[in-house]
Write a protein of this length. Structure first.
Length: 375
């Protein structure tokens, strides 16, 4: 039996930020359990050479998960980016966009547009946030490859059962649990003894997981040749397989185009990855010319196939942002010892990167409120 004051389940951005806030408050008696072997959750960056974020450094990295944030109204995330000393840059949007209006018409150029406020990206990818937070935490409190399977309420404590990558089980006894996972994944994969209140369980089950039904394709090039043609890299297509395409180039780094696949997850699962990549390359050639057909590297990330992201309900969903459910039981045995802090629990930005920061902050603040009520 292992013990800690607080257990954080999930080491994506919300879990890491919650640990960061706890340490800032002088609370180091916690454990951070992550089912994957790497940190970051749905934030996943890949280097142009093909290696994933774990163990890599540098700025030439591309986001296979979320890419953008908006400092103009996501102020809390903006302050964190500043405090961590991270560099940002504006999404490139200069020039015309390319549009395929139907599967039967050739692509046309159309006047581009600018987002207001502008979309911003981080140098080094969104994983720069993960790197910076990890460097500031006590590494001995973070355990990867530990999937939490069961929570038991035991009066004044909660017992967590986790299973590691070697199928060994560990039990943790804690006072409070912060769930840094999507609500639907919590309800799908963790057994609660006793069961959660039925209304709350239904709310969590009904909350769609952002990114879960999506897939992103990246093509990496030596230079952004489309800009030489007066194109922004922005594209929309009714033919596909990508419905929406953007410039993903890195300042002083590699050039890139990326797109969200419009093919539903249930259809993608029956297609070989190389088949999807070939269709994406053909689309880029169609829309941006022959130079687009031969990227120096390419990546395809299908989040619907990620067991620690998507459930069957997510794979059959449309991928929209939904309203945040209640983060804690209001009555019953689980009241005061269980709080959801994943991005989907954010009141203002559910599913967004900024939502992970807001939800984690509210969850850590709630710890103090619960402690005062207990006294």
């Amino acid at each position: 039996m292992q013990t800690a004051r607080i257990a954080i389940v999930g080491a994506g951005l919300s879990g890491l930020y919650a640990a960061y806030l706890l340490e800032q408050r002088g609370i180091r008696d916690y454990v951070l359990l992550e089912a994957r072997e790497v940190l970051g959750g749905r934030i996943l960056s890949v280097a142009a050479q093909g290696n994933m974020v774990a163990g890599t450094s540098g700025v030439d990295r591309f986001d296979l998960g979320p890419s953008w944030f908006w400092p103009g109204y996501q102020r809390q995330l903006d302050r964190l980016v500043h405090d961590l000393g991270l560099e940002r840059f504006e999404q490139f949007e200069d020039g015309d966009m390319v549009v395929e209006r139907s599967p039967y018409e050739p692509p046309i150029r159309s006047r581009g547009y600018f987002n207001s406020p502008p979309s911003m990206r981080l140098l080094g990818g969104m994983a720069a946030l993960i790197d910076a937070l990890r460097e500031r935490l006590d590494a001995t409190r973070i355990l990867t490859g530990h999937a939490v399977s069961r929570l038991r309420h035991m009066g004044k404590c909660v017992e967590l059962d986790s299973i590691d990558s070697s199928d060994r089980s560990t039990t943790w006894r804690v006072e409070h649990v912060l769930l840094a996972m999507p609500p639907r994944l919590v309800e799908e994969t963790i057994e609660f003894i006793p069961a959660l209140p039925p209304t709350l369980a239904r709310q969590w089950q009904a909350t769609a997981t952002w990114m879960a039904p999506h897939a992103k394709y990246f093509a990496i090039y030596e230079r952004p040749f489309w800009r030489e043609q007066g194109l922004s890299g922005e594209a929309r297509s009714a033919r596909g397989p990508m419905g929406e395409i953007h410039d993903a180039s890195i300042p002083d780094g590699s050039a890139a185009l990326f797109g969200f696949l419009g093919v539903p997850a249930r259809v993608r699962q029956d297609l070989a990855e190389e088949q999807l990549r070939s269709l994406c390359r053909a689309q880029l050639e169609r829309m941006f010319g022959p130079q687009a057909a031969k990227p120096k590297a390419e990546f395809l990330q299908d989040w619907a196939q990620e067991r620690y992201t998507a459930t069957l309900a997510d794979r059959n969903a449309g991928g929209q942002h939904t309203m945040a459910p209640k983060a804690s039981p209001e009555t019953g045995p689980w009241f005061g010892c269980l709080t959801g802090i994943g991005s989907e629990w954010s009141p203002q930005f559910p599913g967004y990167v900024a939502g992970a920061i807001e939800a984690a902050s509210l969850g850590v603040q709630a710890l103090s409120a619960f402690a005062e009520q207990a006294d």
